[in-house]
Design a protein around this ligand. Sequence first.
Ligand SMILES: NC(=O)c1ccc[n+]([C@@H]2O[C@H](COP(=O)([O-])OP(=O)(O)OC[C@H]3O[C@@H](n4cnc5c(N)ncnc54)[C@H](O)[C@@H]3O)[C@@H](O)[C@H]2O)c1
Length: 338
Amino acid sequence: MSKPMKPWALVTGAGGFIGHHLVSYLKAAGYRVRGADIKRPEYSGTDADEFMLLDLRELKNCQTCTIGMDRVYHLAADMGGIGYITGSHAGIAYNNSLMNLYMLEASRCNNVERFLFSSSACVYPQGLQTSPDVTPLREEDAFPAEPEEGYGLEKLYAEKLCQYYMEDYGLSTRVVRFHNVYGPLGTYDGGREKAPAAMCRKVACAPNPGTIEVWGDGKQTRSFMYIDDCVEGIHRIMRSDYREPLNLGTDELVSVDELAEIVITASEKKIALVHDLTKPQGVRGRNSDNTRLRAVLQWEPQMTLRKGIAPTYHWIAEQMAAAASVEMSVTGASVAAE
Ligand SMILES: NC(=O)c1ccc[n+]([C@@H]2O[C@H](COP(=O)([O-])OP(=O)(O)OC[C@H]3O[C@@H](n4cnc5c(N)ncnc54)[C@H](O)[C@@H]3O)[C@@H](O)[C@H]2O)c1
């Protein structure tokens, strides 16, 4: 008797941080995987069986990559850290609206069996996040709506699109609200990096002893989820029967100053913090209420921030050391040629 065919999974955003890790996770879990992105992964090769370089702001490209797919994990997005998402409302809203609409429509046309949308904690009302000692956010708190401008509003709209496609067309959708994901192979420079990676980069390039700049007064709070927990959570949610939006994050609340101290400890350097109050800091406090996640999956993210930051810091420090040594050898070569 012939073996049943392995199911096909499409990961959009497979050239990015979470998508790249998800491709490897799904391959190891026995799927055939197609990646799609406008760029290849920056820091390593991909484990995908197929990788399509496509601009997903075009419907025809979304249709091309969804042909023959059983499951679609839609992670592609124009996004970045707080500096990027507060400074680019129109571009983010335009790019992400097109990708989300077209990916849903193409998945419907190509009879995709399940579609997972990567939403964000930025959908939650800003009025509920005004204190560092924030009450953890429950899924039902998203309405009445007052999301983060641009990025958060667009994510909330796409969540509703998933609901409409499920109600009107029977497309089986899953919606995951990520809370700050970090880990090796994430963007750490160029302006799109998020707080943990930015902090690791600053500490790695600071002299010892030295100082680093922290945006805001450092008392703003967040929770941070390690990448391995993130991809496992995505896979569990896709396989579950739960169709409403679900938080995926940890509920280990830390201030940005505490995050910096954890990174400094991992570096074994002596670094002091200098606060820049003119820089954007986002909402004052944000945490994930995992009550529903635990009830649905009988599981929640496991990794503590202290444990997860160590490999993240060392990966970023190694990348920076390697880049510096390439630069030195190039400079040395050009000096020698003069
Ligand atoms: N990383 C986090 O902390 C976090 C938090 C909340 C939500 N999310 C969501 O998770 C998803 C993945 O995030 P990530 O951290 O891996 O981000 P990322 O920026 O590393 O990856 C996103 C990928 O989307 C691709 N992309 C952008 N525009 C495209 C286009 N027009 N066509 C094709 N591909 C395009 C990018 O090239 C990139 O590789 C995103 O939807 C993001 O909004 C992430």
